[in-house]
Design a protein around this ligand. Structure first.
Ligand code: HEC
Ligand code: HEC
Ligand code: HEC
Length: 133
């Protein structure tokens, strides 16, 4: 009734096809998660937990902007006993000083275009501008 000669190879092919995403991911270099550089200044904490930051830093930045600019709320955040004024340059980039090796290692990988830098300065650009004056 059953033809072992076609069922077994058929099953093998079926299993390979169904599990394709698993072994493809395991061997493909395209799925390597980028390596990000932690703050070179040695800071150990972020303004929120790393998990929360990974998921919500874009929302947090928008909240800060609205709060600072529209509501005029200038309260600082305290991290590791040090105060930071809420802002890209005044907080985030004080610790994550290297935009290329931190922010952009993820953004390039996920093809996210962050337009904030059209106006806001990275520490590198800010330092270069200072030198010219
Ligand atoms: C006081 C220093 C400090 C400030 C200010 C700071 N960070 Fe962080 N950030 C860190 C440290 C240290 C870590 C790693 C924390 C960990 O792994 O537990 C981190 C982690 C993160 C992560 C998660 C990285 C990962 O592990 O995947 C993101 C995203 C991030 N920060 C974005 C930001 C943004 C955006 C801002 C500004 C709103 C900011 N950080 C402000 C020090 C800081
Ligand atoms: C762990 C990876 C990771 C790190 C590190 C990271 N980002 Fe992001 N960021 C993302 C991802 C993924 C998105 C897109 C999220 C989405 O579209 O929902 C994003 C989106 C954003 C956006 C919103 C862009 C838009 O137009 O929607 C801003 C602003 C932003 N990131 C700023 C920063 C800054 C500033 C830093 C460095 C201090 C940083 N991010 C570090 C992964 C990261
Ligand atoms: C068209 C120019 C422009 C762009 C693009 C821009 N900003 Fe700003 N942003 C400003 C100006 C101007 C201020 C006010 C600076 C001041 O009052 O000192 C500001 C202020 C802020 C503040 C309040 C705290 C501070 O730094 O003074 C936050 C937070 C902020 N921006 C986040 C963002 C984020 C996140 C993005 C990208 C998603 C972004 N901005 C894109 C021009 C811009």
């Amino acid at each position: 009734m059953y033809n072992k000669g076609t069922i077994i190879p058929g099953l093998v092919i079926f299993v390979l096809l169904v599990t394709f995403p698993i072994w493809f991911n395991a061997f493909s270099t395209a799925s390597t998660v980028p390596k990000i550089e932690l703050p070179p200044g040695g800071e150990k904490e972020c303004v929120a937990s790393a998990t929360e930051m990974r998921a919500k830093h874009m929302v947090l930045l928008n909240e800060w902007r609205d709060d600072v600019l529209r509501s005029g709320n200038k309260t600082a955040v305290t991290v590791g006993g040090k105060e930071y004024r809420r802002g890209l340059q005044t907080a985030c980039m004080q610790c994550h000083t290297n935009k290329d090796k931190f922010c952009d290692s993820c953004h390039t990988y996920t093809s996210v275009n962050v337009y904030c830098w059209d106006c806001h300065l990275t520490p590198d650009v800010a330092a270069a501008k200072k030198e010219k004056h």
